[in-house]
Design a protein around this ligand. Sequence first.
Ligand code: ATP
Ligand code: MG
Length: 233
Amino acid sequence: MGIQLKSVTKSYGEGDVKTKALDDVSMDIKDGAFVVVLGPSGSGKSTLLNVMSGLDSLDQGEITIGGARIDQMKDKELTAFRRKHVGFVFQQYNLLHTLTVKENVEIGARLVDEPHDPMRLLEDVGLKNHVTKYPFQLSGGEQQRVSIARALAKKPKVLFCDEPTGALDEKMGKVVLGILQRLNKKHNTTVVLITHNAGIARLATQVVRLNSGKVVSVHDNKPVAAEEISWGE
Ligand SMILES: Nc1ncnc2c1ncn2[C@@H]1O[C@H](COP(=O)(O)OP(=O)(O)OP(=O)(O)O)[C@@H](O)[C@H]1O
Ligand SMILES: [Mg+2]
């Protein structure tokens, strides 16, 4: 699914403490794109992702995902839309600690009628031999791979990732990015990935830079493989 934003504005607070987290943001993301959003801390990256995905409300503007105006949806309709079409991966993996690896992915699969097979996905992300473990028995990178498998289990059309490699070292970070890149190609899933690591931009088909809540540049890119990028540039 493609995503379009038209003059989106979002502020937090009132009066003296009012912060314009998004200031007249417009974007056009093509179906199947791999978009990397770059920007310094506080530039509005997480706000953009939360608003773009319908997790958070906007003040003004329009957001369309796959032709549907999500800013006009009622809560119930939006929740159902997100549940069906949208996946999330966060820096802090958000796994359920009392469930095994396989059970965590099954939670994602249960959200839709025709999910991916959790075992196939776990094999895909290189965790076939860890399925009966609990999250605390895994490394950070392995936990992140479980959270990716969980997000993908419902075959989302769009995958939003907020600093998915923020807690990982270079080696594991590249493994995780390689998986996202491969899945983007294999399933034509649109990926929007936020990072402050400029090296990661080389993976993207489109690079968006934010500063002080504004889009300061958008450019198309010919993506390279995850192993090729330089970390923390
Ligand atoms: N819930 C909130 N209440 C008040 N202000 C907020 C809230 N969330 C974000 N902000 C403010 O909005 C601005 C953008 O924040 P945001 O979290 O989107 O930045 P970011 O680019 O994701 O930063 P980081 O790289 O540190 O994660 C910041 O000035 C922040 O202080
Ligand atoms: Mg953030």
